[in-house]
Write a protein that binds this ligand. Structure first.
Ligand code: FEO
Ligand code: CA
Ligand code: CA
Length: 645
């Protein structure tokens, strides 16, 4: 949600000097060095033409051959100017070289013959309709539409089967789109401040979770088509647990109450084996009457945290004083894996990845084919984590073990000399062994483990993305009331946010890394590259960074809506591609395999002026009740090129 920007940026040098081991260097010096260092390190970037999971992505280097690399600009579209963006805030804008369409709004039925949207939706209808609060998402081609490696024969033929049109392979025009639904306030979903019945609680719960849609581009328009893969996963869908805490008493309620549900599904990830990861962020705000404990307090599970939703008044699962559900709060705050192609698949919460307010889960294949998952905990002064699987994911899967069930969780320490270390959160550490009963206890309370080992407090870690050159980028969206500053989070207060990059030893699996500040958003404020509060982030295989924002973008006459920008990761040059509507957040990013179609989301459009702003009230202009609705945006280049180019 929005945080108002403050152009005055008082910097507390005293605090920095107190926490810095190197008091000889002033804060300003650290800041300058941090920013200057990027120009030194960027020489090491060598870009791969292949996607991070070895799948061809059809990007520039692959389309045109590596020899063209120096002649074709990486980013070659007319950027939206600040002036143009500021002149239109009630409807989205896209670069003149692009076009967009608004699709898949909240309330649209997930099957073509499903119940049409009405407002407020009934619980039964909402269960068959797209949820609200569109956030992270990913597009999965149907496996049968993806050419296998064997299709590339030695003689240069594609090996395409007869029904595959090589100019527009089916994998780029149909598939499964999986969309997270982060949240929806009662006033929007049930048209009341607090649910007055269990029916209203269920409607609100069904608006949360994940939508899995069969989608296809027909006559130039992306639409929902009938298919058995379509499903809704929400707060009452059965789930299961994997990993060290799966069968632990900390995740048990009374025997008959099996685990159910996922909520506050924020950003996401996807695996090389074709599954989707959805991340549970602000789960604390659904639980009330919570008994005090150090653990609950550390996770924001205060006595009245869930009063805003009010579910606890009608559904005892969300009342942590209930003797039936004492550990229900421990069942949320996880990374959840979903097979988008199997409608019977029971979502799995992976306890080995730790419990915190998960923003996203960026997956990389590391040394020896071990799976690495980078994760941020989106709260002020929280940490960045990574998980490394115990063995090669291929070996583990051959044994029918989940690569996300067994491995090591680490938390990041960013040193002020631009080195860093990943500290293992393990019971082999004496201090952790003193604090926790066992590994499960540690993982359920990963935040406390991070505190004990002295992890670096970050400025609200949002998305993380892994580039093919092994650099990892992460957004730090803002931190208005931080308890201290450090070199990796060098502004205080940090009103505009920043983006870090780092590279781990041993292809993502090592315990050391080098880092630098990729961009301070404050440095862009008076330029055409202006942005603030970076949130969504995606690195493509050509070296572009897609940056999405959630916060204040400029002030006064330069005030614009939240936006999507495309950057050259190597030079830092930024072009504005898309701007949303007032009071919305731009989030979620997905592509067809050829990267010629991009999907993004507009979350909570016009909510601040719900009653008064007619234009936004009709957003996105898709037939239905006259309420602003979260929706997906499909963006293409007018010349059919790769999006971002
Ligand atoms: Fe759900 Fe941190 O954004
Ligand atoms: Ca976010
Ligand atoms: Ca955000």
């Amino acid at each position: 949600m929005k945080e108002k920007g403050n152009v005055e940026k008082p910097r507390n040098i005293t605090k920095f000097e107190r926490i810095s081991p190197d008091n000889q260097r002033s804060f300003a010096d650290i800041l300058e060095t941090a920013v200057a260092r990027r120009s030194v390190l960027r020489g090491g970037v060598g870009l791969a033409a292949i996607g991070i999971f070895g799948k061809p992505l059809g990007l520039r280097a692959q389309d045109n051959g590596d020899s063209d690399e120096n002649t074709t600009p990486l980013i070659d579209f007319e950027a939206i100017t600040v002036e143009r963006a500021a002149s239109q805030t009630n409807w989205p804008l896209v670069s003149e070289d692009y076009e967009f369409d608004l699709i898949f709004p909240w309330g649209e039925p997930i099957q073509p013959d499903g119940p049409a949207f009405s407002h407020p939706p009934s619980a039964d209808d909402q269960e068959l309709q797209i949820g609200i609060g569109h956030d992270g998402m990913w597009f999965f081609a149907h496996p049968d539409d993806i050419p296998s490696d064997d299709d590339d024969s030695e003689d240069g033929s594609t090996g395409a089967t007869e029904d595959v049109d090589e100019t527009d392979p089916p994998m780029n025009r149909r598939g499964v789109l999986v969309i997270n639904h982060e949240y929806g306030s009662n006033s929007r979903v049930i048209d009341a401040n607090s649910p007055g019945s269990l029916e209203e609680v269920r409607a609100s719960q069904h608006a949360h979770g994940v939508s899995i849609l069969n989608v296809e581009k027909i006559d130039g328009k992306w639409q929902i088509v009938e298919g058995e893969k379509a499903r809704r996963i929400h707060v009452n869908t059965p789930v299961t647990f994997s990993g060290p805490a799966a069968d632990h008493s900390l995740l048990k309620n009374r025997d008959e109450y099996e685990p159910k549900g996922t909520l506050n599904n924020c950003a996401n990830g996807f695996t090389p084996w074709g599954t989707y990861l959805t991340c549970e962020e602000n789960f604390h705000q659904y639980f009330s009457e919570t008994p005090y404990s150090e653990e609950n307090w550390r996770y924001g599970l205060t006595y009245s945290a869930g009063d805003g939703y009010g579910w606890f008044r009608r559904d005892a699962r969300f009342r942590l004083s209930s003797r039936n559900y004492p550990n229900e709060g421990n069942r949320f705050g996880w990374v959840v894996e979903i097979d988008p192609h199997d409608p019977e698949h029971v979502p799995v919460k992976h306890t080995a990845l730790g419990r915190f307010r998960h923003e996203g889960a960026a997956v990389a294949v590391g040394l020896d084919d071990r799976i690495v998952v980078y994760m941020g905990d989106d709260s002020g002064d929280e940490y960045i984590y990574k998980f490394v699987s115990a063995e090669s994911y291929k070996d583990m899967m051959e044994r029918e073990e989940s690569p996300l069930a067994t491995g090591q969780l680490y938390v990041a320490k960013f040193n002020d000399d631009f080195t860093g270390e990943w500290v293992p959160l393990t019971m082999d550490n004496d201090e952790l062994a003193d604090r926790f009963d066992d590994e499960a206890d540690l993982l359920v309370h990963a935040r406390i483990a991070g505190d004990i080992v002295g992890a670096t407090k970050m400025d609200r870690p949002e998305w993380i993305t892994v580039a093919p050159d092994e650099y990892v980028y992460g957004t730090l969206t803002s931190n208005s009331s931080k308890t201290g500053i450090n070199a990796a989070n060098p502004e205080s207060p940090n009103n505009f946010g920043h983006i870090l990059k780092w590279k781990d030893a041993d292809t993502h699996t090592g315990t050391t890394f080098e880092w630098e500040v990729w961009k301070l958003a404050s440095s862009t404020q008076d330029t055409e590259e202006m942005f603030g509060n970076p949130d969504g982030l995606y690195a493509d295989a050509d070296g572009r960074l897609f940056i999405q924002t959630d916060g204040s973008q400029g002030e006064g006459e330069r005030s614009i809506c939240n936006q999507l920008l495309v950057a050259d990761a190597s030079t830092g040059e930024i072009h504005r591609l898309f701007t949303g509507v007032e009071d919305c957040e731009i989030t979620g990013i997905a592509f067809t395999p050829d990267h010629k179609t991009m999907f993004i989301n507009i979350q909570h459009p016009g909510w601040d002026n719900f009653e008064t702003t007619l234009d936004t009230q009709e957003f996105p202009g898709i037939a239905g009740p006259n309420v602003p609705r979260d929706c997906t945006v499909v963006i293409t280049r007018r010349d059919g090129g790769v999006v971002g180019s």
